[in-house]
Design a protein around this ligand. Structure first.
Ligand code: FAD
Length: 469
């Protein structure tokens, strides 16, 4: 079947050797493994179109893949062996950076950090930053509507996308990502494709909004007694006129311990250990000005007891060392062994009570499990990681036997708080059943209708987001 494609794709575009395919068939956490006929690596949009025409003709399922850093299993094929993985990694050209219109047009396979650096070199900011930025790709962050540490100031990926170039299931190409800031011509299909996780079309390029690079930044790490103190700190910094808060992140002591175990040479810079830690970054007219105002805010918070301890980075190296602790969390969690990970959101003001409630219920239901919390507090988005101890897992008959109990506690609390079961990592394969319970029947029916009109044969990432039919 693959022969029909050979002539239409250039050299190196079809990979079938098992050892060369292996890394495309397992997800970043090692929790999903699949089988594929081949990994296809097109070099341009025309080759992506050729792949999709062939896939339609042969009814072959296609799993688009970017940097393969997704945390919901959406980039991994199933076990049937029928699918092909469509890796965009060779489409990695930055097509244009425009410093008058403040835009960058990048192909789907560009690594996020590369586009950040190119934007910075042009004196502009691509305002999306996440722990996987050295590996995740533009197509992947658009397809998952990724969040990260700058959402509090600049929004999600969705807020930065001006236009998309994409290929439909039948090979039709929608070319030239729009550079328009204003365009009210009918339904905005771009917003359906953002966050569609490879189930509606293959994104081949995106035009993204750039911002003026901040003139200065300041970074601090604080120790606090409770998430409520962290939230109070956020309010106080804003009251003090620190409007330009670029990041506001929360991490529990258990996560910090895992990170320090992973990075033995790293230090928090704080005199003591604390139950919770807050990572803050602010912007200002210069580094000195930003440091001065954040420092004043911290001093006031220390004085009135909101914050127990704080360290203010004095230079870029120290700031990077602080962020290194935050960005190492996913790797530290990956090493804890099998567990359950949740990416949920509630209204920001509700986070402290939400965490108290989950912790209390989990402590009763799984007293010996590790219960770990980290997230983007400024956005109301927390990552909850529950790692049952091995003895409990064995007694229960395997870790999966514990999932319904933990799901019930976490999703039950989220639902009671009118929150979201999927804040930024997407549904993937991991949360298909949970999505089915989280959204009302009429919304699910609309989602299925949208899927069917983009992908009538159901060949684009079947089983991801919605159950395969
Ligand atoms: P992949 O993992 O390859 O794919 C993800 C999904 O997008 C899949 O469903 C895939 O089919 C689809 N897809 C990929 N490319 C395309 C394309 N061109 N066209 C259509 N569909 C496509 N996420 C956050 O939101 N915030 C964070 O702070 C964050 N931190 C992270 C830290 C670490 C260390 C790691 C490993 C992950 C983190 N993530 C975070 C997860 C996050 O979703 C991704 O890193 C990123 O958005 C995925 O990009 P990717 O290129 O790796 O996509």
């Amino acid at each position: 079947m693959m022969e029909a494609l050979q002539d239409r794709l250039g050299p190196g575009s079809i990979v079938t050797a098992p050892e060369a395919m292996a890394r495309y068939l397992v997800d970043w956490r090692g929790r999903y493994r699949g089988i594929a006929q081949a990994v296809l690596k097109p070099r341009d949009t025309a080759e992506v179109a050729a792949v999709m025409e062939w896939a339609t003709a042969t009814r072959t399922p296609v799993v688009p893949q970017g940097g393969n850093t997704g945390l919901s299993g959406g980039a991994t094929p199933d076990a049937s062996g029928r699918a092909v993985v469509l890796s965009l990694e060779r489409m990695n050209r930055i097509r244009a950076i425009d410093t008058e219109g403040d835009t960058v047009v990048a192909e789907a396979g560009c690594v996020l950090a590369t586009v950040q650096q190119a934007s910075r070199a042009a004196g502009r900011l691509l305002a999306i930053s996440l722990g996987s930025e050295g590996s995740c790709q533009i197509g992947g962050i658009v397809a998952t509507n990724a969040g990260g540490i700058n959402v509090i100031r600049h929004g999600m990926t969705r807020d930065l996308v001006l236009g998309l170039e994409y290929v439909l299931a039948d090979g039709t190409v929608s070319r030239t990502p729009s550079l328009l800031r204003k365009d009210n011509t009918g339904y905005d299909l771009r917003h359906l494709l953002i966050g569609s996780e490879g189930t509606l079309a293959v994104i081949t390029a995106a035009s993204l909004r750039l911002l003026p690079a901040p003139r200065g930044t300041a970074t601090a790490l604080c120790g606090v007694g409770h998430p409520r103190d962290a939230l109070a700190l956020l309010g106080r910094l804003r009251d003090a006129g620190l409007a330009a808060i670029a990041s506001f992140e929360l991490m529990c002591e258990g996560e910090m311990q895992l990170v320090l175990d992973l990075l033995p040479a790293a230090r928090t810079g704080l005199a003591n250990r604390h139950r919770w830690y807050v990572f803050v970054e602010t912007e200002g007219d210069s580094d000195e000005a930003a440091r001065e105002s954040l420092g004043a805010g911290m001093a006031a918070a220390l004085e009135n007891g909101t914050v127990a301890d704080a360290v203010l980075a004095q230079n870029g190296r120290q700031a990077a060392a602080i962020w290194h602790l935050r960005f190492a969390v996913s790797e530290a969690n990956r090493r804890t062994g099998p567990g359950f990970s949740y990416d949920v959101s509630v209204a920001t003001a509700a986070v402290p009570a939400f965490l108290d409630s989950i912790e209390a219920e989990l402590a009763v239901a799984l007293p010996t499990a590790r219960r770990l919390f980290v997230g983007h507090l400024g956005d109301g988005n927390m990552h909850v990681n529950v790692v049952p101890d091995p003895v409990h897992q064995e007694q229960a008959g395997g870790i999966e036997a514990l999932r319904p109990l933990v799901d019930e506690i976490v999703y039950g609390t989220v639902t009671a708080d009118a929150g979201s079961i999927s804040a930024e990592h997407g549904i993937g394969r991991l949360k298909v059943a949970a999505l089915g319970k989280a959204r009302p029947a009429h919304e699910l029916a609309l989602m299925r209708a949208i899927k069917a009109s983009f992908d009538p044969l159901g060949i684009l990432n079947p089983g991801v987001v919605l159950a395969a039919t």
